[in-house]
Design a protein around this ligand. Sequence first.
Ligand code: ATP
Ligand code: MG
Length: 261
Amino acid sequence: ISFVPKTHPRYKSLLNREKVVEALDKGILAKAGLTAHGRGEAFDYLIGEKTTDIALKSIKASAAMLVLAENPVISINGNTIALAKDEIVQLAEELNGKIEVNLFYRTKEREENIKKAFEEDLTIKEKLNNNKIKLLGLNDANRQIPNLDSLRGKVSEKGIYSADVVLVPLEDGDRTEALVNMGKKVISIDLNPLSRTARKSTITIVDEITRCIPLLTKYVKEYKKMDKKALKNIVDNYDNKENLKEMLNYISNRLKTMDLG
Ligand code: ATP
Ligand code: MG
């Protein structure tokens, strides 16, 4: 139950903060997840707490890449589950259903709590039972991403290990780089356009996770009806470094012309 008044001008942000705290209490989120969230909030202020046209370009390129993928996987961690569990499930359903739990601080207890969070929700449980979505990376993280220490690099054979495209919301730079070095296409969601994750990814969506996943799902639905050549065009015309530069320009112009009245 939320204590944030709906009339609060920054309702959504405060609600997200509550969700993150709740996930900490439920043993889903590691303490360090709180600081990661705070950093995200700060960058969201800088972009104006809305999806920019620049981010929309990344979202469209990501949707095209996901539809073209042979074996896409959505990687999730504590922050992602705290904020966008339902939204992730909806996106996975439009793809091959593969969701992989990939934790920076992996403990058996946290894994159990995450499993419980998915199965507690009866509509999600039904989708798991019907194989509409698959929750990987819990009992089957037997493969190792090269050049990462053993705990952080554990992945599932059917999931991230064999994926051609991996969506990594709120990911760490080290792991992003390791996935790219494995030859995978990496789509990240990260409000910080300066992070190593943002700079190493194939596509970076500089937007808040709860705002951009529903948009991503919307474009995936739309693009599934389009021919592959047109989708390939969208992907080929996207340049991530260019997009990040546009975002930095956008932020600096916004700050320079800001009305503080
Ligand atoms: P890197 O390792 O990539 O250089 P980092 O160490 O600064 O980044 P991490 O803590 O590894 O950051 O990753 C968390 C990232 O997720 C942060 O860059 C933060 O901006 C971003 N983030 C946090 N909350 C959200 C959110 N709600 N939506 C989108 N991005 C978020
Ligand atoms: Mg990091």
